[in-house]
Design a protein around this ligand. Sequence first.
Ligand SMILES: *Cc1c(COP(=O)(O)O)cnc(C)c1O
Length: 408
Amino acid sequence: MTAPQPKAEGSLPFLPYGRQSIEDDDIAAVSAALRGDYLTTGPLIARFEQALCEAVKAQNAVVCSNGTAALYMAAKALGIGPGSTVIVPSITFLATASAPHLAGAEIVFADVDPDSGLMRPSDLENALARVGGKADAVFNVHLNGQCGAVETIAQIARQHSMKILDDASHAIGTRYRLGGDEKCVGENALSDMTIFSFHPVKTVTMGEGGAVTTNDPQWAEALTLQRSHGMTRDPALFETEEDAFDGPGVPNPWYYELTEPGFNWRATDIQCALGLSQLAKLTRFAARRRALAAAYDSLLAPLAPVLLPVAHTHCLPTLHLYPVLIDFAALGISRAEIMAKLGAEGIGSQVHYYPVHRQRYYAARYGRTELPGADRYYARALSLPFYAAMTISDVARVVETLKRVFGL
Ligand SMILES: *Cc1c(COP(=O)(O)O)cnc(C)c1O
């Protein structure tokens, strides 16, 4: 997902649409893990999980190899399988739909607000209406790091006895108001589970990595089983007693039991060392992203209405991406041409996302659903360079280049 990085133009460095911010102490933390006794299944796993719980005020966290694995494990732990129906907004990365689909579910794509890219309550209701009001879960997406009408979406989901999973791959560090309180994304005040991705373009990275948070200890146990082959070493869960125990209450030391075949989705101690070091910087990274977003918002204001920032919602976001909505028709220039011209000036850009309901696999499986909000968001979206190591003068350079490319 990270754009290839062409050579710098002249003396100006290339600014990708997103990238990791790795500092010397991150490197030292990884080196220390490499010198330690455990490269995997060691003490840094639980330490990372504890740190994530503290960062997002969750009660349980299960770290794993990537965000896609987190989505799959969550789907399985929520009981999603053959015969299940899961609603997913169409503007997201493929994995939000493909993970529950691989667990056995059929996917119903929901439309989104054309100006924010977020699923609205009416979009959820329309998606539900297409399946006779019956679905097992909604996998909501906090696109770009914003959350939408989460309270109303939760009400609708509860009325229909649906589980709620938040795909917060973009939204670590985001908060929203609920009643008189401020809640963290990942705290699961309204949802059953939240997943995070720690891919290098995300706000906090482990190289590759993911996690699921939940406040239900039984789901946490199910997630832990999913992470490692569906096997348990917990004597309390053993059922094949004659093989499991040497005598009453004395489990055989070599013994483990298979509950259901599973994959290996574990994260290593090396990944968790990087994750711990990065997570400690979340507050600083979030503040930096807010400052960069504020600079973009004000410098881009004169380009309205041809170019508009994505609509702001009422949450307190830690943005992962900085997308703008561009009226390419009014400019008389295609998005591909703009991306090529920006690239030639050392400015990376990307499109998040080609609507998943239009992807050939899902279009062939479900037919071409009409989701005009998703289509309209997609038609205009372009993500500009945005990452913690950027400076305000980098932002100014992006905006000046945009003006030049647009001839404005
Ligand atoms: C990055 C991302 C994922 C997948 O995470 P990986 O760690 O790359 O597997 C899922 N959903 C969304 C919205 C993402 O941005």
